[in-house]
Ligand binder design. Structure first.
Ligand SMILES: C[S@@+](CC[C@H](N)C(=O)[O-])C[C@H]1O[C@@H](n2cnc3c(N)ncnc32)[C@H](O)[C@@H]1O
Length: 335
């Protein structure tokens, strides 16, 4: 499909930019100590330290900004083998050849942990929201299923990702897809307006996951559903690994144990919360030293971060079965 950029469209782009600035400013304001009453309650009701929370968010934004601009692999401070949460993407991709051939070039940055679209049973005419849409891969797949009578909205807090996704949509002539700059903890979407929420490897990064599910509940129509692919933990990491990953912006280091994740969805008001599929992701690692105690020193690659840890044989075994990629589905109760 070819796209003709009319005067009206350019005007709309300008308006979209202005809207983005307003959204970005209001998101920042909500983390200041003197934000609006409701936001202040939100932040004090969590156990997060606001400064730390803001820093983590900044790091995440910076990291994905670099990925969107193609600067990440060459960035000196990164010791990365890849940018994915799931190790070698080739072996973890959940998309079919056909799906990958029918999306705009550059929409797949290999950042997902699964394929929520495959399990979402999208119908013609539905309104779909993708949380943390990146360069737009799942939005474009969903848009083919909703058709022109439906609509897909991608939300992402990284402006470079939004720019990339909008360019992809314009170049390939997607008229039923829109990308909005915003945080998934404060979704720029009105109440009770959405049939389906999808998300792919994003909620694990959030500094306030419970707030994300509360927001998801707010924007869904009664009877609406959420289908997400995400990184979860079967159990906590061994202490040494936990310490080494503290405050890292990576998706695995911020992931929750499955029960906690499903519990937060239920607490937000959802019903029929179901773990649809899950698969362990073994971390890449190599032994650097065998100690007299029987412990071994390892270099482990977790969430794109290289850490050095000493592990007992039990901890090593436990580490192998800690990280999972999983798909979850839940419903907002009907009216
Ligand atoms: C691992 S990437 C996944 C991108 C996309 N879902 C995909 O599968 O390619 C995470 C994306 O979520 C965005 N993101 C992370 N935390 C966010 C938040 N709190 N609010 C909005 N977007 C966020 C990042 O900017 C990034 O584009």
């Amino acid at each position: 499909m070819n796209i003709h950029v009319s005067k009206n469209k350019r005007k709309r782009s300008k308006l979209t930019e202005q809207k983005d600035v307003i959204q970005e400013k209001s998101a920042e304001r909500s983390y200041q100590c003197c934000g609006s009453e409701s936001k202040r309650q939100d932040t004090t009701s969590t156990e997060f330290d606001t400064t730390k929370e803001t820093q983590i968010r900044k790091d995440i934004r910076e990291q994905y900004g670099k990925i969107a601009s193609g600067d990440y692999a060459s960035s000196k401070e990164q010791e990365l083998d890849n940018t994915s949460c799931c190790g070698d993407q080739e072996s973890y991709t959940d998309y079919s050849k056909e799906e990958l051939e029918n999306i705009p070039e550059g929409a797949n940055l290999g950042l997902g942990s699964g394929n929520p679209i495959r399990l979402a049973d999208i119908q013609l005419g539905e309104t779909v929201v993708d949380l943390g849409s990146g360069a737009g891969i799942d939005c474009f797949l969903a848009a083919k299923m909703t058709g022109e009578t439906g609509k897909v909205i991608g939300i992402d807090m990284t402006s470079q990702m939004i720019d990339k996704a909008r360019t992809n949509a314009e170049r390939d002539g997607y008229h039923n897809v829109e990308f909005r700059l915003g945080e998934i903890e404060h979704m720029p979407i009105s109440d009770n307006s959405v049939d389906l929420i999808v998300s792919n490897c994003v909620i694990n990064l959030s500094v306030d996951k419970s707030q994300v599910f509360t927001e998801a509940f707010r924007i869904l129509k009664p009877g609406g559903r959420v289908v997400v692919s995400d990184i979860m933990l079967q159990h906590e990491f061994p202490d040494a690994v936990k310490r080494a990953l503290a405050d890292s912006p990576g998706c695995v280091s911020r992931a929750w144990v499955t029960e906690e994740y499903l519990g937060a969805i239920k607490n937000a008001g959802f019903e029929n919360v179901e773990l649809l599929e899950s698969q362990h992701i073994k971390p890449q690692k190599r032994v650097t030293e065998e100690l007299d105690s029987g412990n071994k020193k390892h270099i482990v690659m977790v969430s794109g971060k290289k850490i050095e840890v000493e592990l007992s044989p039990e901890e090593d075994e436990r580490l192998q079965n800690t990280v999972m990629k999983a798909h979850v589905r839940a419903y907002k109760p009907p009216a």
